[in-house]
Design a protein around this ligand. Structure first.
Ligand code: C5P
Length: 220
């Protein structure tokens, strides 16, 4: 563990997509490279934090110097986060699938020649961020969520902060024209109780370092 302002602090970070199985060979998932969450975990560790990195199947390798907890589904991710508590802060950068298939098939669903495609039923997944932010006991002092929006970024993210009960929201515009999703750069607005603060466009590692520095400041 590195020396730094977060020495002695424990931070849980979620990252990457979740995969929700349909049958043994198929799943539904969100698009997520895991790049921003990985960079945040690395930056927090760089400031001395003990980081538990709960990650779905991401494209980028997890950083060194953190405890990696690999998961697949949203329910596994929630259980892993709960098991990692207590923590001083939690950062929810994962792109969690909102729904899972109601009844996962134990056998591969067969294509019926000339038959109808399967009618999949979905149920809602737990909202991990909201579940942790709204805990009465053992809530991390600082709970940070993300909001990927395509329009009215600040308004939607401010509403999301209130709805989820978290302290901060890191909001970004993921419209295809921005090239942010899967790209190397990010342009974010940090939404706190004090309002919205838009940072200039910068590399994802730089966003991560700035956010980690703010977290260190907030934890004091
Ligand atoms: O509601 P929405 O998915 O836009 O919220 C995004 C934020 O909530 C992110 O921080 C994401 O990691 C978190 N989230 C979660 N569990 C879910 C859905 C979203 O932790 N099931």
């Amino acid at each position: 563990v590195a020396d730094g302002p977060l020495k002695g602090r424990r931070v849980v970070v979620t990252s990457g997509p979740t995969q929700e199985p349909i049958d043994p060979v198929r799943y539904i998932a969100n698009r997520s490279s895991g790049a921003q969450g990985t960079a945040i975990a690395a930056a927090l560790a760089g400031l001395g934090a003990e980081v538990v990195f709960v990650t779905g199947p991401a494209d980028v390798a997890p950083p060194g110097g953190v405890t990696v907890v690999p998961v697949e589904s949203a329910r596994e991710m929630l259980a892993a986060v709960e098991a990692a508590l207590p923590a001083d802060a939690a950062v929810f950068a994962a792109a969690v699938a909102d729904w899972r298939v109601a009844e996962q098939s134990g056998a591969k669903i067969k294509k019926q020649p000339g038959g109808a495609p399967p009618a999949l039923q979905f149920v809602e997944n737990p909202d991990i961020l909201a579940a942790i932010a709204r805990r009465s006991a053992g809530r991390p002092a600082l709970v940070v969520g993300f909001a990927a929006e395509t329009d009215d970024v600040i308004a939607h993210a401010t509403a999301k902060r209130a709805r989820k009960g978290c302290d901060w929201i890191v909001a970004n515009d993921v419209s295809p024209a921005t090239g942010i999703m899967g790209g190397a750069e990010n342009e974010v607005t940090l939404i706190t109780a004090d309002g919205a603060e838009t940072w200039p466009r910068m590399g994802k590692p730089e966003v991560a370092r700035r956010l980690a520095a703010r977290i260190a400041e907030a934890l004091g």
